[in-house]
Design a protein around this ligand. Structure first.
Ligand SMILES: NC(=O)c1ccc[n+]([C@@H]2O[C@H](COP(=O)([O-])OP(=O)(O)OC[C@H]3O[C@@H](n4cnc5c(N)ncnc54)[C@H](O)[C@@H]3O)[C@@H](O)[C@H]2O)c1
Length: 302
């Protein structure tokens, strides 16, 4: 399922095993091989979904690229091997949409191995001004869509008898009190909880279910609106890695979770956030500002 360079020497170097020169910083370019496998990527018309679509096709998979945006989907599929991509306009928040997406995979490619539930909406509004219809839309796409796709995909995988992989999407805001994100953040937290339940229930069928939780990923069209540019200009230097993530970096984790390399991983939430969820980048020198004692001897200053 994975090729790393050309043989043992390169493989050892890729993982920094004990070979001469292993401590030199060598390029690590693992390549996945999904030949003969079929994947679904929802929300494939743009952003992270579009990059995942390309990565799966380049790695040999047959892919159903699904989105409600027909024009964006056509642009996203441009240049891909047409024999290995089905572009399908469908709404993941409806049972009919989810059923059509899964049926396309089975009808066209004869099997379903991987389902990436990436489609989501992220409108932000102040809690006191939140509109019920927007709240309901967020939950319809982000939660009901993930449930419907998981259920339909799992049924097809069970019928296929070869197990499978389901990767859901959360967000770093699921665990913080991000202003304006009441609907979006809570919907992403719900997906994390759903992922754990699905992982337990589908484990007997050899279907592994995980979630990725991206942090700040560089998906916005440029130039950025001035207010957003100003906000990000303040936020980015405080991120532990002091930069936004690339969609490619999220796709890499998803491909890993879809591959045989992750065969003992289920029910987990994978943060792809450059460390944003664990703290801030240190600023200045790190000092102990409690000078009362020597911590080893317990004595005060002489
Ligand atoms: N970009 C980020 O910084 C970031 C951060 C945290 C989490 N995420 C998560 O990563 C995922 C991808 O994010 P993105 O920024 O690439 O998203 P995006 O908004 O650029 O793309 C989402 C896609 O989903 C599609 N979609 C929306 N509703 C749909 C529906 N009902 N049926 C079918 N398709 C539908 C949209 O048309 C769009 O093409 C999302 O799940 C998001 O919550 C992104």
């Amino acid at each position: 399922m994975i090729h790393i360079g050309e043989g043992r020497r390169t493989l050892a170097r890729a993982f920094h095993l004990a070979v001469p020169g292993a401590n030199e910083r060598m390029p690590m370019n693992p390549r996945f091989d999904f030949s003969g496998r079929t994947a679904i990527v929802t929300g494939a018309a743009r952003g992270i979904g579009s990059v995942m679509l390309h990565r799966f096709v380049e790695s040999g998979a047959g892919v159903v690229a699904a989105d409600r945006d027909t024009t964006g989907l056509a642009e996203s599929c441009t240049g891909l091997d047409e024999t290995r991509v089905i572009a399908l306009t469908a709404d993941v928040s409806t049972p009919e949409g989810a059923a059509r997406i899964v049926a396309a995979a089975v009808d066209h490619f004869g099997r379903l191995d991987i389902c990436v539930n990436n489609a989501a909406v992220a409108p932000h509004a102040a809690l006191l001004e939140e509109r019920v219809e927007v709240w309901d839309l967020v939950y319809a796409v982000n939660c009901r869509g993930t449930f419907l796709m998981t259920q339909a995909a799992a049924r097809a995988m069970i019928a296929g008898g070869a197990g499978g992989r389901i990767v859901n999407f959360s967000s770093g805001v699921s665990g913080t009190g991000s202003p304006g994100a009441a609907a979006y953040a809570s919907s992403r937290a719900a997906v994390e909880s759903f992922t754990r339940v699905a992982a337990i229930e589908l484990a007997p069928h050899d279907i592994l279910v995980n979630a990725v939780s991206p942090g700040l990923i560089d998906t916005q069209p440029k130039p950025l609106p001035p207010v957003m540019a100003e906000r990000l200009g303040r936020r980015i230097p405080s991120l532990p890695l002091a930069r936004p993530g690339e969609p490619e970096e999220v796709a890499s984790v998803v491909l890993f979770l879809a591959s045989d390399l992750s065969s003992y991983v289920t029910g987990a939430v994978w943060n792809v956030d450059g460390g944003a969820g664990i703290g801030s980048r240190p600023t200045g020198q790190i000092i102990d500002d409690d000078p009362r004692y020597d911590w080893v001897t317990g004595k005060g200053p002489a």
